[in-house]
Write a protein that binds this ligand. Structure first.
Ligand SMILES: NC(=O)c1ccc[n+]([C@@H]2O[C@H](COP(=O)([O-])OP(=O)(O)OC[C@H]3O[C@@H](n4cnc5c(N)ncnc54)[C@H](O)[C@@H]3O)[C@@H](O)[C@H]2O)c1
Length: 310
């Protein structure tokens, strides 16, 4: 079976590609390499350097005839979405529509879409169900939720099957360490370089951290399960940013002497608490996280130690 992965050269996409190949799928990658890297991908697959907004996308569908599409390509930075909502909407909404048009025209069996807990915008400390109202606090959250609505109408009008996965905070090897990266990769880099990491707000804000290999597995399971469902992918466990910093510094001898963090004001559009109920993922996808936070962090630290040797 042939699977086309948009954003396959990115952090999550490249782990999905790896697991697809391990499970015997044929893989095609479409990526504009704005944040993704060729070095994250194996050599023996078809890779197209194409923007999902481009008219060239259709030619790839015509030639490759993928049966499944896993859509991870996106503008992923909340702050960039606030500075430039048009660019965010162009990539995340118009790019997704261009992709959906190709999927329906070339009779793709199913699209699996990477959505986000940013669509909820809930800030109380509770376990968030998929049935909670959509109330994004950022333009990024809006664009991710609008793309979900398009999936639903493409199904009703053109019978295109979909599964929407709403991710918690993902971490692991290959995550960007720049401003748009995740807090864990940025903390790892800073601590390994003996620099002070920045904590926004009082550090009591909590996140539900899920390891990237578990997320990749959820995508593979969604190829055959969860038709027309919206499913949270998270661990339903909360960790404050302060606790995360302490855990990271305690896990590995090279991180023991981490410099104290710098406190900066809370950022616009940031959610205070986020923790996803994962009952639906367990029952419908037969998925649950295999990695504890400690296990995932150890694998992540090992990766960044090689990236940033002392
Ligand atoms: N990382 C997280 O914690 C998280 C949480 C929730 C949802 N998500 C979603 O998961 C998906 C993947 O995120 P990621 O963390 O791997 O980000 P990433 O930036 O590492 O990956 C995105 C990939 O898409 C590519 N891309 C971006 N714009 C493109 C375009 N216009 N055309 C073609 N390719 C394009 C990039 O080059 C990159 O390879 C995104 O849809 C994001 O919204 C991520």
């Amino acid at each position: 079976m042939k699977v086309l992965v948009t954003g396959g050269a990115g952090f999550i996409g490249s782990h999905i590609v790896e697991q697809l190949l391990e499970e015997g799928y044929q893989v095609v990658v479409v990526d504009n390499f704005s944040t993704g890297k060729k070095s994250f991908l194996p050599r023996n697959i078809s890779i197209y350097k194409v923007d999902i907004q481009s008219t060239e996308l259709e030619q790839i569908f015509k030639e490759e005839k993928p049966e499944i599409v896993i859509h991870t390509a996106a503008q992923i930075d909340v702050n960039s979405s606030i500075k430039d909502p048009q660019n965010d909407a162009s990539i995340n909404i118009l790019g997704t529509i261009n992709l959906l048009n190709c999927c329906s025209k070339y009779k793709v069996q199913k699209i699996v879409y990477s959505s986000s807990c940013a669509v909820y915008g809930v800030t109380e400390d509770c376990s968030i169900l998929e049935s909670f109202p959509i109330n994004p606090l950022s333009f990024y959250g809006i664009s991710k939720s609008v793309a979900e609505l398009y999936m639903n109408v493409y199904h009703s009008l053109y019978n295109l099957n979909y599964t929407i996965l709403r991710y918690a905070n993902i971490y692991g090897p290959r995550q960007s360490v720049t401003g748009e990266g995740g807090v864990i990769s940025i903390f790892c880099k800073k601590i390994l370089k003996k620099e002070s990491p920045i904590i926004y707000g009082n550090g009591e804000q909590t996140r539900d951290f899920v390891f990237v290999k578990d997320v990749a597995e959820a995508n593979i399971k969604a190829i055959t399960k969860g038709e027309q469902e919206i499913i949270n992918i998270g661990c339903n466990k909360k960790t404050s940013i302060k606790e995360l910093f302490e855990l990271l510094s305690s896990l590995n001898s090279t991180l023991h002497n981490a410099p104290p963090p710098i406190k900066n004001p809370t950022r616009q559009g940031d959610i205070l608490h986020s923790r996803l109920d994962n009952t639906k993922a367990k029952t419908i996808l037969k998925w649950e996280p295999n990695y504890s936070l400690k296990e995932g962090l150890e694998e992540t630290i090992n990766y960044y130690q090689n990236e940033f040797p002392l």
